[in-house]
Design a protein around this ligand. Structure first.
Ligand code: ATP
Length: 342
């Protein structure tokens, strides 16, 4: 059973089409990530699911029930925002207990205690329960904010870039923990971000969104290996995929209609010159520790690829032979052309 189904929802603010005929089904127990740049319509999509915004067209179903015009409070959703919104004067315990203490819920105090303690264990903040919320590190505060969603056990958790205000180390740590918690609880999560690493590492499926439209939906591997367009291809992968005009390739067979060739590191072999036709020049080598970024000039176009610094070292100015291995091919409109069958 799908927990959340969006059917052709659209939302306009004045002249801006924030969400355009978007359809999506988040399955029970799934960690779905919507990945898109700023202004793509990610937050608006979440707000349409919560009922904080009402769609101009289309419908929202939660747990098999149409809720398109129901008020937010009746939708059984927990929302985690980008900025932790804690009550500073309350302890961690009381912040976590707060959602359960609403008069409408009337949860008995011993049950509240049990849920708060379980949640604090899960998030590794059990020793901080008596601290004031303001006397926590940023990472701890964000754990409490996530914890406030977890205590409630809703149908679905919506998360709007909950890790973006944290430093890189904490982000990595909480990324792993969120994934662990989701697996442990079997929770259904719809998570939005513009961070490709978060999408790749946490998602069961990624929806790539741009200008209010869902461009592609699939597992991280499907999106990475079989992007439907050059735009989707450029959203995943470090260093970013390289694009070369197909006319610059003389001895590489590409399907008819190919205008641009997309080349990731794994599609490019760099070797010493040995009579091959595709010759480039090393422009720059960036040392990143256990890997190098090599910038190559090929007929005036710059290609960036990874190289193992322990293998034969490449030097700026050196000529090298390039070989493409199953690169991705795109037509004039940027749509992917499937590879030729061999
Ligand atoms: N209340 C509003 N009034 C007017 N325009 C809005 C409103 N909310 C969103 N928009 C516009 O709708 C578009 C989508 O915004 P949205 O916040 O959904 O994008 P986003 O993908 O979440 O971006 P970000 O990553 O920056 O949060 C943007 O162009 C934004 O300016």
């Amino acid at each position: 059973m799908a927990d959340v189904i969006l059917r052709n929802i659209s939302k306009r603010f004045g002249t801006v089409e924030a969400v355009r005929e978007l359809s999506l089904a988040v399955n029970d127990g799934e960690f779905m990530v919507l990945l898109g740049p700023s202004g793509a319509g990610k937050t608006t999509t979440l707000r349409l699911i919560t009922g904080l915004e009402s769609p101009d067209a289309g419908s929202v179903m939660i747990n098999g029930r149409e809720v398109t015009h129901d008020p937010p409070g009746s939708r059984d959703i927990a929302f985690v925002f980008q900025q932790y919104s804690l009550y500073p004067h309350l302890t961690v315990y009381d912040n976590l207990a707060f959602p359960l203490r609403s008069p409408a819920r009337r949860v008995p105090e011993p049950i509240i205690r049990r849920r708060v303690e379980q949640t604090a264990e899960l998030l590794h903040i059990a020793s901080k329960l008596n601290n004031r919320a303001t006397r926590l590190s940023g990472g701890e505060m964000q754990r409490v904010a996530i914890g406030r969603a977890l205590v409630r056990d809703p149908s679905i958790y919506l998360m709007d870039e909950p890790l973006s205000s944290l430093d890189a180390k904490l982000r990595t740590e909480l990324r792993l923990e969120l994934k662990r918690i989701q697996l442990e609880l079997g929770a259904t999560i719809l998570y939005v971000t513009h961070d490709q690493v978060e999408a790749m590492t946490m998602a069961s499926r990624i929806g790539v969104i741009k200008d209010g439209q869902l461009l592609q939906l699939g597992t991280p591997r499907e999106i990475y290996e079989s992007p439907s367009s050059s735009y989707v291809a450029s959203r995943l992968g470090t260093p970013q995929i390289n694009f070369l005009p197909a006319r610059l390739l003389s001895d590489v067979a590409v399907p008819p209609g190919t205008e641009t060739v997309g080349i990731r590191t794994e599609h490019l072999k760099v070797a010493a010159c040995n009579g091959g036709q595709m010759v480039g020049r090393v422009h720059r080598v960036e040392h990143l520790g256990e890997q190098n970024h090599v910038h190559l000039d090929y007929k005036g176009e710059m290609l960036v690829t990874l190289a193992d610094p322990h293998q034969q070292p490449l030097k700026a100015g050196q000529e090298v032979e390039l070989r493409l291995v199953h690169p991705l091919c795109f037509d004039r409109a940027g749509q992917r052309i499937p590879a030729m069958m061999h």
